[in-house]
Ligand binder design. Sequence first.
Ligand SMILES: [Zn+2]
Length: 119
Amino acid sequence: MPETKTYTGGCHCGRVRYEVATDLAMVMECNCSHCSKRGLLLTFVTPDKFKPVAGDGGLTDYQFNKKMIHHLMCPDCGIESFARGKAPDGKEMVAINVRCLDGVDLTALSPTPFHGRDM
Ligand SMILES: [Zn+2]
């Protein structure tokens, strides 16, 4: 079983930094128009597992389609290191861009395809 660890992560320039507790058991590669262009690899956590350390204010908030998710980009470097949204049951969720976590071997992950394009 994967172990829950506290990972650090953030955007490229360092303005946005956060800590997140996750086991990376489920990493999703979504084929929707937005995720496929960005190449996002996402894992979802509840807000209590997510701790903004720096730069949580003043982010560029991009929304599209059903506007369920706030895609939050660093205004300086443009990287979307996390997003906030609601699960289908209405619970608040934070989507973590696994590519923005420090020290994660992306080649060791086997992302689960998610057909966001059809939703
Ligand atoms: Zn940045």
